[in-house]
Design a binder for this molecule. Structure first.
Ligand code: NAD
Ligand code: TDX
Length: 331
């Protein structure tokens, strides 16, 4: 099997490539990545897959890559909510137009597509209720990022229904693990501590995210690629609901810091309150279950990874923090 992995120099894509190379020697991988600020080429050091620098918004690049492949797994996206509030335009271009370019190519060449999406397309849930997102939850995105991901999902469904494209979609909850950009919540707090800075909690830290280890997400993607039904959507989640304050408490404990050794900073505009995934369809129909459901243990491993891989994150750390400080409401 020959697959094209878009966005393979980003967090989840690089973990997907590494895990696939380690566990599926029969799979040939071509990575295409535009190498935006969010990419880190060294995440693929020593992996030995074919790498093409290019954008999924470029029809010529995409056509040439899709033609000889069997399937495309689309991780490429602009992904940081905070950035989408400052400048939404790159999000619309990559996440919407880029997905359309991929759909056009897989349609022309009659290839399989798996589109990676997010639970944020459903908007948010109230705190403290048992309600969770399912495949039937209506779309109600809050930020330019999540609205652009919602648009991309709609395009995939339209190409399946109108043109018979062989595609599946997955909507996953918040991922954590190695190789995640230091702009994101968990790596930002860990690397702040490792740099002698204090963690930064938005608002009161009451917002809840449903955490899943990146390897569990990527195993689910393989289950869908191998056994998923064309045209279907699968929600991916590992029952990992935690408030941001609870996650920060675990990070402070794992790094030997006092429980109150952090700063609170102004909240994100439009900040989604709570995400929670009901992944029973994926578990029931495809037999997937998370192997790394112990969040506290996975988080300790992630702290260790950042401790042991300073050369991976240190070069980008000061620039990321400077960008947070330059914001209209510095964070
Ligand atoms: P990331 O920002 O770490 O990586 C994105 C990668 O895509 C980067 O390497 C970047 O260079 C590349 N890219 C951006 N624009 C491109 C373009 N036009 N052409 C080619 N490559 C381009 O993101 P991530 O966290 O790894 O997310 C991967 C996917 O998973 C995204 O589609 C995201 O919406 C989805 N997702 C992420 C999470 C999460 O918690 N991180 C949860 C659910 C879904
Ligand atoms: O410094 C911070 N302090 C803080 O309290 C940062 C960066 C974030 N936060 C809060 C905001 C959120 O409630 O932590 C939570 C997680 O924030 P992010 O890491 O920015 O993730 P989120 O906005 O939840 O979106 C993530 O999950 C779904 C990914 O970035 C998306 O790409 C994915 O679709």
């Amino acid at each position: 099997m020959h697959i094209v992995v878009t966005g393979g120099a980003g967090f989840i894509g690089a973990n997907f490539v590494r895990r696939t190379v380690a566990t599926r020697p029969d799979v040939r991988i071509t990575v295409v990545d535009a190498l935006t600020y969010a990419a880190n080429e060294s995440s693929l050091d020593g992996v030995g897959v074919e790498f093409v620098k290019g954008s999924i918004t470029d029809p010529a690049v995409v056509d040439e890559l899709v033609a000889p492949a069997d399937a495309v797994v689309n991780f490429a996206a602009d992904t940081h909510n905070d950035n989408s509030l400052t400048d939404p335009w790159p999000f619309l271009d990559t996440n919407i137009r880029g997905t359309a370019v991929l759909l056009d190519a897989v349609r022309r060449h009659e290839k399989r597509l798996h589109h990676i999406s997010t639970d944020e397309v459903f908007g948010d849930l109230p705190l403290g209720t048992p309600e969770r997102f399912t495949e039937e939850t209506p779309y109600r995105p809050s930020s330019p990022y999540s609205a652009s991901k919602a648009s991309s999902d709609h395009l995939v469904r339209a190409w399946v229904r109108s043109f018979g494209v062989q595609a599946t979609i997955s909507n996953c909850s918040n991922n954590y693990g190695p190789y995640q950009h230091v702009e994101k919540f968990i790596p930002r707090q860990i690397t702040n501590i490792l740099s002698g800075e204090r963690p930064k909690l938005y608002g009161a830290g009451a917002n809840v995210r449903d955490w899943i280890h990146v390897d569990d997400h990527n195993d689910a993607v393989w289950a869908i690629l191998e056994r998923g039904t064309i045209g279907e959507t699968y929600l991916i989640g590992a029952d990992g609901e935690r408030s941001n304050r609870e996650v920060l408490a675990l990070i402070l404990e794992a790094t030997g810091r006092a429980p109150d050794d952090f700063d609170t900073v102004p909240d994100r505009a439009g900040h989604d309150l709570r995400y929670a995934i009901d992944s029973s369809k994926l578990r029931r129909e495809l037999g997937w279950a998370p192997a790394r459901a112990d969040f506290a243990a996975g988080l300790r491993d992630t702290v260790d990874w950042y401790r042991e891989n300073r050369a991976w994150w240190e070069p980008g750390k000061a620039g990321t923090e400077a960008a947070y400080a330059r914001r209209e409401t510095p964070r």
